[in-house]
Design a protein around this ligand. Structure first.
Ligand code: LMR
Ligand code: ZN
Ligand code: ZN
Length: 342
């Protein structure tokens, strides 16, 4: 039986949501992840230090497994001040700030309408060394949904990177060869997270033979050449690319509807999904750097010191999983997984 042991991984982009579902999302994320960057797009969004610290308390109150640590993030708005960024840094529990272009994704209505409005915050982030996390898509209605990431790189991100040369930037959940190229060619302070679902799937999986709403996420799945570029980047060993699941649960009924929510649930089997991708690419030896080294190195945090072991043993993902009083349909629902954490 094939077995691999890697340093305990972390998830550098996850949605745990809030309220009665938190017990379920915290159980899954803490099963073997050491730390996770917790996305702040709640209703209302986590726009200041006090809100982030109380959200952290609600997560910890669920009794996460192991020594799991939630790393909190504040949500940038047009009104975020430099003082708030400095306060967040001083709290010791907030590790980044998130740029959601207004209207780009779930609960982004309070997001940023123009980079001009966040210049004091960007300056403060650069001073504190806290990364700017970016949902990299333009929202302009006449830009095709498949082009929104690439246009964002050219029109929004390139100027930010040029104007704030020491700002740490994480381009979240990249989906295109263009994003791989952008991050590869930028300075060492620009990195990217890659989800398991963008590595495993392309738009054919979502659209051929019928629409599969559980594959609907943002940025949307692209054509297979982009998927292949993402797999090449993740398995390259380049330290700029690291694990961020963007596990983003929505109740089954909210996905399986005419205008369903964007987001796919992968926290139930995150490292197992990535292991399968790396195995299929003949690059299992690169999994540990991607999952356990590159993220903490980028964030200037220590790597985890303990380990987890995976074995190549088949198991079946449940059709649905508890999600508060509701249910979530996880990625791979009812299907076999190749790897298992033991
Ligand atoms: C995103 O990162 O854009 C989505 O995962 C948002 C969400 O909360 O479902
Ligand atoms: Zn996003
Ligand atoms: Zn997300």
């Amino acid at each position: 039986m094939t077995t691999i042991t890697i340093t305990r991984p972390d998830d550098w982009h996850v949605h745990l949501r809030d309220g009665d579902v938190l017990k379920d999302t915290v159980r899954d994320i803490s099963r073997y992840m050491g730390r996770a960057i917790i996305m702040p797009n709640l209703v209302p969004p986590v726009t200041d230090t006090d809100a982030a610290l109380s959200y952290r308390e609600r997560i910890i109150a669920q009794g996460p497994q192991g020594n799991f640590s939630p790393l909190m993030v504040i949500y940038l708005t047009d009104n975020t001040t430099a003082e708030e960024i400095h306060k967040a840094k001083s709290s010791g529990h907030i590790y980044a700030a998130k740029l959601y272009p207004a209207g780009a994704t779930t609960n982004s209505d309070s997001g940023v309408t123009s980079v001009e409005n966040i210049r004091p915050a960007l300056q403060a982030l650069q001073e504190t060394g806290m990364p700017l996390l970016v949902h990299g898509e333009v929202t302009t209605h006449d830009i095709d949904i498949f082009d929104r990431e690439t246009v964002f790189l050219e029109t929004v991100l390139a100027p930010i990177v040029e104007q704030y040369p020491d700002l740490k930037v994480v381009l979240e959940h990249i989906t295109t060869a263009d994003a791989v190229e952008f991050v590869t060619n930028a300075g060492p302070n620009v990195g990217a997270t890659i989800t398991a679902h963008h590595l495993m799937f392309n738009r054919n999986h979502m659209l051929v033979g019928g629409i599969r709403p559980h594959f609907y996420c943002l940025p949307i799945l692209k054509r297979n050449v982009h998927q292949h570029a993402l797999v090449a980047a993740a398995t390259s060993g380049n330290p700029k690319f690291f694990l961020g699941t963007d596990s983003a649960p929505h109740a089954q009924g909210r996905k399986e509807s005419a205008c369903g929510c964007a987001g796919s649930y992968t926290a139930h089997a995150a490292i197992e999904l990535y292991a399968e991708v790396f195995d299929d690419a003949g690059a299992l030896d690169k999994l540990e750097a991607f999952a356990s080294f590159n993220g903490p190195d980028f964030y200037d945090l220590p790597r985890n010191t303990d380990s987890i072991t995976l074995t190549k043993e088949s198991w079946t993902v449940p059709e649905t999983m508890a999600f508060g009083n509701d249910e979530v349909v996880p990625i791979r629902a009812g299907e076999a997984m190749a790897w298992k954490v033991i």
